[in-house]
Ligand binder design. Structure first.
Ligand code: ASP
Length: 341
């Protein structure tokens, strides 16, 4: 009997050790956009509001990871907090298109199997990141756009809201200012088509949100959600829902989420650029990120990236003046930064 008991205790402690040995450190890294963010461009009250919301987003993702939940669930939990806040250009705080609408893009990627899902140009999905997860898990496709994506999301039980939910006075004013500046640029340049006006001329703040996470099972995930760029038109879609540009995750390399001038991030395939450097050149996460941002800068773009690998190493790099960002690990203590250190 005693021997049997001893056997049971030994087996139990062996299994516990086996579980402990297979658990990896948890890590979550988030961003809430990059751009001309300096002590002079935001008030102390705004600074506090951003810090509080980033902390809340980090804790939401941490709670999932700490309980043994998946990196995919953590990414969504964290992004949902930022999507539901008017502070960020995603979900509730999405910027306006030229036509006065809010059209959102989002994507998510599972590093364990390279599955991915994305939606673009959606106008009534409260949390576009959840719709992108549904595309990944409930359909054979990677990307759905506009009305089709909205119909699919509704069929999957994703929360649908009236498009007026996304209206914020601040972003409405921002659109009016952008249109005025556009007019000045057009008059000055004598151009006839607004199509040729570079959005960079009037909007240097990117409020896209993103998260990359590593769970206890050692799986990486990345998610990105955005309202795109103020005054965008003609169904413009940026890098955020483009796998390999604004978002990427592969357990063998890294998980990446980007924010910045989307066109340049698409043209230089930023997120995959970083993963490829880590894979083929064994580059450090910081070096790979800086190289990729240099490529973006070389063609006139700016912004930032968050990057995480399966050992829990991470980087938060940007070539703009600031980036709302933060990270949290096993100790559950959130670290948030806004400006250049
Ligand atoms: N990258 C986003 C886009 O071009 C903008 C942002 O990061 O805020 O749509």
């Amino acid at each position: 009997m005693k021997l049997l008991l001893l056997g049971c205790i030994l087996t139990a402690s062996f299994s516990l050790q086996a579980i402990a040995a297979t658990e990896t450190p948890i890590r979550l890294v988030i961003h809430g956009g990059a751009g001309t963010i300096t002590k002079n461009t935001i008030t102390p009250e705004q600074e506090k509001a951003y810090q509080d919301k980033l902390n809340e987003a980090l804790k939401a993702g941490y709670n999932v990871l700490n309980k043994g939940g998946s990196s995919l669930d953590a990414v969504q939990a964290s992004i949902n907090v930022m999507e539901d806040s008017p502070l960020f250009n995603a979900g509730k705080g999405a910027v306006f298109t030229h036509d006065g609408k809010n059209e959102m893009d989002a994507s998510i990627m599972d590093g364990s199997n390279l599955k991915a899902g994305a939606v673009a140009g959606v106008t009534n999905i409260k949390n576009p990141i959840n719709a992108s997860y549904a595309v990944m898990t409930k359909s054979p496709h990677v990307m759905m756009v506009s009305k089709g994506a909205e119909q699919f999301a509704a069929e999957q039980g994703i929360e649908i809201v009236d498009p007026s939910y996304f209206r914020t006075d601040f972003h409405w004013e921002q659109l009016q200012k952008a249109k005025e500046k556009e007019k000045v640029v057009l008059d000055h340049d004598g151009k006839t088509a607004a199509l040729f006006v570079d959005p960079m001329l009037y909007d240097y703040k990117y409020g896209t949100v993103g998260a990359v996470a590593l769970d206890k099972q050692g799986n990486l995930a990345a998610g990105t959600s955005t309202g795109g760029m103020t005054n965008k038109r003609y169904g413009r879609v940026g890098d955020s829902p483009i796998i390999g540009a604004g978002n990427y995750a592969d357990n063998n390399t890294v998980a990446v989420s980007a924010t910045g001038s989307g066109e340049m991030f698409i043209r230089t395939a930023t997120a995959h650029n970083i993963a490829a450097q880590v894979k083929y050149n064994k580059a450090t996460l910081s070096d790979a990120s800086r190289n990729a941002l240099d490529d973006v800068k070389a063609i006139g773009g700016s912004g930032g990236v968050i990057v995480l690998d399966k050992s829990g190493n991470y980087a938060m790099e940007f070539n703009s003046e600031g980036m709302y960002r933060g990270t949290i690990g096993d100790d559950g203590i959130p670290h948030v930064s806004i400006y250049k250190e």
